[in-house]
Design a protein around this ligand. Sequence first.
Ligand code: ZN
Length: 159
Amino acid sequence: MTTPQKVADDVVVTLDYELRLDSGEIIDSSVDVEGLSYLHGHGEILPALEEALTGMEVGEEKGVTLTPEQGYGQPDPEARVVIPAASFPPDMPLDLGMELTLEDQMTGQLVQAYVTEIRADGVVLDLNHPLAGENLHFYVKILGLREATAEELAHGHAH
Ligand code: ZN
């Protein structure tokens, strides 16, 4: 195997990153995991971020700002559902902001939802991504590049 020199499709990229909002607040970073690894070109990370990283070399660092359209979209005020309180187990703790996984009855797809309101008649869930409407300011530094294994390519993610 040869070591890839640049970020390209089918390369496993290890990077340090920080994600800030417009306010400057850091909402995510790789400090705790000592570098995040992903398989480039397989949609494991946001496509616009992938595009910005293409061609970078080990040791290179960069700031990348994504608009909401390049990130998690604009929030849709209609994307709310009210689930009757009786649908939840009585001993289930429900807190504002809590993340729940719902299964779409039609497609069987799993969707993330967030508790936005707890009312007498039910719980209001927001189906928007919590980062919808936000500009995303990434700071990335490439730590390592390697060829993906056949298994990783078959799975479409880094191991
Ligand atoms: Zn796998």
